[in-house]
Write a protein that binds this ligand. Structure first.
Ligand code: ZN
Length: 306
């Protein structure tokens, strides 16, 4: 599979291709940029380009069909570790959904595994999505191996919050920036997933360049108009943290829908600006423990007659 199959990320693909062309790959890299733009997908594609048995180190990417590529795609290749919530959940024999942070024990376990080197006599790659959730102890476990990496081992840390990654880790890694996706790319992704043209177009303009955000908004039923703002809070989850998350997403939907109408000239700036300010204030109240249902009603009232 070619790096260009990771849609809308030509520049990171070219950077990675140059490493392969020169035959020199850094021991650690950080892929950073917004959520839902293909960072983890690209990390896995780069790992496959190293592990591919048919045409290893090809600057355009792996063959995609040899046994090494197939097992890497299925996440069963012994030399590719995807250190996500499932990885940590199975180590700890816990529910993956409960793995909110990357724990030091997980990184120590992984470090030992990486120190053994490749099972197949080739490369060994660890891909760590949500790398910013590691704590200081985890970072220092990682640093030990980053300072003296075994040959042919690669760590790819993936994050949407580069600033939350310890500076000591950042400074030892090669940084690869990822940009938000263009609306056209997102539209294509959504249509491929079976969404209708108009729906895909609206969502692609509302999601701030993130394909996963667009899908999340779609699942949340965006852009939903409510018949009566005072009924908006019906059906909110009973657990406070879940209700807060849902209201947060609803406020985002309302704001983005208003921005879209503004761009299309359907509402005047002088009317939209105070509403956007009001929505921002409501979000701050939500985070300072205001009742989510009340906040949601007030959010709908902000835009009711625009
Ligand atoms: Zn292959």
């Amino acid at each position: 599979m070619s790096f260009s199959d990771v849609l809308g990320q030509t520049r990171p693909g070219a950077i990675l291709g140059r490493f392969l062309k020169k035959g020199r790959v850094p021991a650690a890299m950080v892929f950073h940029g917004p959520d839902g733009v293909g960072k983890t997908m690209m990390a896995l594609e780069f790992a496959k380009a190293l592990l591919c048995a048919e045409r290893p180190m090809d600057p355009s990417g792996s063959c995609g069909t040899c046994p090494a590529c197939v097992s890497a795609s299925k996440r069963t290749h012994p030399d590719l570790k995807l250190v996500d919530t499932h990885y940590q959940g199975s180590l700890r024999e816990e529910d993956p959904a409960k793995q909110k942070t990357l724990r030091v024990d997980t990184l120590r376990h992984l470090r030992k595994d990486m120190e053994f080197g490749s099972m197949m006599g080739c490369w060994k790659v660890a891909v760590i999505p949500a790398a910013h959730t590691m704590d200081i102890a985890g970072a220092s476990a990682l640093l030990k191996i980053m300072e003296e990496p075994p040959p042919k081992t690669l760590w790819i840390l993936v994050t949407s919050r580069l600033e939350s990654l310890p500076a000591t880790v950042r400074s030892r890694a090669f940084l690869v920036p990822f940009n938000p996706l263009s609306p056209a790319v997102i539209r294509g992704i959504l249509i491929e997933r079976g969404l209708e043209e108009r729906q895909a177009r609206d969502l692609s303009e509302l999601c701030d360049g993130s394909a996963s955000r667009a899908l999340e908004l779609h699942e949340a039923g965006l852009p939903a108009a409510v018949a009566d703002p005072f009924d908006a809070s019906e059906g909110l989850p009973r657990e406070l943290y879940l209700a807060r998350a849902k209201v947060e997403l609803s406020i985002f939907c309302i704001e983005q829908s208003l921005r879209l109408r503004l761009r299309r000239g359907e509402v005047r700036y002088t009317r939209a600006a105070p509403a956007l300010q009001g929505l921002g204030a409501l979000r701050r109240h939500l985070h300072s423990n205001a009742d989510p249902g009340t906040i949601l009603t007030l959010a709908h009232l902000q835009v009711e007659n625009l």
